[in-house]
Design a protein around this ligand. Structure first.
Ligand SMILES: NC(=O)c1ccc[n+]([C@@H]2O[C@H](COP(=O)([O-])OP(=O)(O)OC[C@H]3O[C@@H](n4cnc5c(N)ncnc54)[C@H](O)[C@@H]3O)[C@@H](O)[C@H]2O)c1
Ligand SMILES: N[C@H](CO)Cc1c[nH]c[nH+]1
Ligand SMILES: [Zn+2]
Length: 433
């Protein structure tokens, strides 16, 4: 029997149980923080040498020279050329759909003119150089290459630097092929906190970037948080999560597999099912028992479900939405007859999958929207990775002589109210007699 926690909103201590369930201890774990701090410090002070040492230790490589850190560009195209036709076609189809979706997000500069001729606006500029973290410890993620690189390309970023760990010196050719398809400029075989530090501070081989994006495990997420300020980051995109709300009418095997789909990423991944009847939860439990032995990654799935998974019994679908908003999941599946009716009640979720046919897995690969999403409740204030993450804005202010005179009077009063005389006099010079 796989012991999945059972909670009910009718439990007296439901809120406490929910808080304990969704707390991702690792993020604030002092030991992880110290380890990541040491790694970041070493990369900053020893550069490539630290990258070589950590990659040899954590990814079991045998690097001895800086020149081995980068994967030559010719290997990216060779990987693409060597793909079986069905893989190449799937990769290109997914890339085309992700690109089209993201093109809709492109923001452009804007301005408007006031009656006295003053022009105000915003100039939108792509970033110069960004770092794309592509995870690769427990699974390899060609799809994450697409999701990281394509919005950056659509935004017009000049240089894309990708990092990806290659444990035991193995790399999925699809990862390199995806880098070729999307036009990534340089790829380094490094991962974890050391890769994040290299992108943030630069080393002899790895260029320093302006922003680091992409998902990763606890070491990656902690390092991104640590270097924020020196570089920009997109969000904390940690271990995957799925929250399924079901009205009890979807085939329980489908729901069991949807829960497995995120649990198989990582022991730290979180899969939760909310339903309106105990009988339905029992049916999904039975499906899990029957299907788990058929799964290649059953040990990871089992640990994830037992340690971090849960079944939550609610009175009705309205109450389900309240629980969703408290959890603010990365992925939400509304596996119900009328998902449109629930949508207005959902305020916090990274991506919302509507109806019984919309498996979250489609969103991971080829629906079009980005799969790099905020995790561990950060959907309360973060959004999916998008073109907007690679664009920045400058305010444009161009006063006419008349406008400067009128606003000079306003600025003068406010500046004198702050006792900032130079500000006041600077504005006053432009006031017409
Ligand atoms: N939120 C998203 O959008 C999204 C998308 C894809 C994947 N994911 C998540 O990304 C994560 C990927 O994790 P992963 O482990 O497979 O790959 P990863 O690339 O994130 O991490 C691998 C690296 O972790 C470092 N590491 C491993 N053990 C360490 C230790 N003991 N001390 C210091 N560093 C250590 C190593 O440097 C290694 O190269 C999963 O949790 C998955 O769920 C999230
Ligand atoms: N579910 C992950 C985001 O949390 C993305 C992914 C890539 N490959 C499979 N899944
Ligand atoms: Zn996934």
């Amino acid at each position: 029997m796989i012991q999945i926690k059972r909670l009910a909103t009718s439990d007296n201590d439901f809120d406490t149980q929910l808080t304990e369930l969704t707390a991702w201890e690792g993020v604030s774990d002092a030991e992880v923080n110290q380890r990541v701090h040491d790694i970041v410090h070493d990369v900053r002070s020893k550069g490539d040498q630290a990258l070589i040492e950590y990659s040899n230790r954590f990814d079991r490589l045998t690097l001895s020279d800086s020149s081995e850190l980068e994967i030559p560009k010719a290997e990216l195209q060779a990987a693409l050329d060597g793909l079986p036709a069905n893989e190449r076609e799937a990769l290109e189809t997914a890339a085309q759909r992700v690109r089209s979706y993201h093109e809709k997000q492109l923001q452009t500069s804007w301005d408007y003119k006031e009656a006295d001729g003053t022009v105000l606006g915003q100039k939108i500029t792509p970033m110069d150089k960004v770092g794309l973290y592509v995870p690769g410890g427990k699974a390899s993620y060609p799809s994450s290459v697409l999701m990281n690189a394509l919005p950056a390309k659509v935004a017009g970023v000049e240089e894309l630097i990708m990092v990806v760990p290659t444990p035991d010196n193995e790399i999925n050719p699809l990862v390199l092929a995806a880098a070729a398809v999307t036009g990534v400029d340089r790829v380094f075989r490094i991962g974890g906190a050391q890769a994040v530090a290299a992108l943030a501070y630069g080393t002899e081989s790895v260029p320093r970037v302006d922003k680091i994006v992409g998902p990763g495990n606890i070491y990656v997420a902690t390092a991104k948080r640590m270097v924020f300020g020196t570089v920009g980051i997109d969000m904390i995109a940690g271990p995957s999560e799925i929250l399924v709300v079901c009205d009890g009418e979807t085939n329980p095997d489908w729901i069991a597999m949807d829960l497995f789909s995120q649990a198989e990423h990582d022991e730290d991944a979180q899969s939760i099912l909310i339903a309106t009847s105990q009988e339905y939860l029992d049916q999904v439990q039975a499906s899990i028992e029957a299907l788990l032995p058929t799964m290649e990654r059953q040990e990871i799935i089992r640990t994830s479900l037992v340690e971090r998974g849960a079944f939550v019994l609610v009175d009705d679908l309205d109450q389900a939405c309240e629980v969703v908003n408290k959890i603010a999941p990365e992925h939400l599946e509304l596996s119900v007859e009328d998902p449109e009716a629930l949508l207005p009640k959902i305020r916090h979720a990274g991506a919302i999958f509507m109806g019984r046919y919309t498996a979250e897995a489609l969103g991971d690969y080829c629906a079009g929207p980005n799969h790099v999403l905020p995790t561990s409740g950060t959907a309360r204030f973060s959004s999916p990775l998008g073109v907007y993450d690679f664009q920045k804005k400058s305010s444009i202010i161009h006063f006419s002589a008349d406008g400067a005179s009128e606003m000079g009077k306003v600025a003068s009063v406010l500046a004198r109210g702050e006792s900032l005389t130079a500000h006041a006099r600077s504005a006053e010079y432009r006031i017409k007699d």
